[in-house]
Design a binder for this molecule. Sequence first.
Ligand code: NAD
Length: 297
Amino acid sequence: MTDAPRTIAFIGLGNMGGGMATNLVKNGFAVRAFDLSEDALAKAESHGATRVASAGEAMIGTDAVVTMLPAGAHVESVYSGEIFGAAAPGTLFLDCSTIDVATARRVSEAAAALGFDMVDAPVSGGIAAANGGTLTFMVGGTDAAFDRARPILSAMGKAVIHAGGAGNGQAAKICNNMLLGATMVATCEAFAMAKKIGLDPQTFYDISSVSSGQSWSMTSYCPVPGVGPQSPSDTGYQGGFAVGLMLKDLKLATQAASQVGASVPMGNAAEALYQLLANKGEAARDFSLMIEMLEGK
Ligand code: NAD
């Protein structure tokens, strides 16, 4: 593309955004970085970004904006409060945060009304994938916005998939993670029950991993320590995908389901179970820890 953006404002340089901004720098983009956290800003600067004092200041001389913020309220306030007013005509907006579909569509419509292209582009993959530039992006937006966003997203990930119009990136993300939450719970309860009946976990894995009960939760992320490939269960359920983030995504999924009248009994059950695990003080550990709760530990 001849008009591919070369200068990018990056707002939200936390666990995920820090590594993503660094990958933009490594791929030759000039990055103007803003975060409320001094530590995050200092880290971004040490990785080659230019730190600025506000989201508005980050817009100066930029062709595109990437936001990687905690939730919908942050996204809406940063775009409405600062970005819309300070961005030059033609600036492309990419929100990579995981937020609710309704807010994603509302912000995108507000951007379109002002003449800006915007995509919602949430990610699959955690902090390691953000640092390694191997994220998968699920993208909602017009064909034109997607085409403009692709070279930027490709610099931060291994797969960039167009999911349809505005909000559809978020829709794909929450449907996928609802499925993941439900299959992890089901995998955990099957292993816990197998053990109680007297079936060795490794033997059950050897059988089920090549049978119809197989899933990613089993064969790529087995919740039983010492079984299957290396996963957070092998390191005390540290790192990986936090219970709190799974719970956030399940809440977004069940909220969207009730808005559109979809029945999601498995998603509802997974949400209730992850809420219990979070209430036990385990929000920061990996979501495959569910097996210990189901074993009564
Ligand atoms: P984080 O809390 O580490 O980072 C968010 C950053 O945004 C923080 O540094 C915070 O200071 C900054 N911020 C908040 N409000 C701001 C504002 N008004 N202006 C500027 N900066 C502001 O969160 P994270 O783990 O990096 O996650 C970011 C998003 O990615 C979330 O939506 C999360 O659900 C999603 N996500 C996270 C993971 C993961 O494994 N951590 C995986 C997939 C998706």
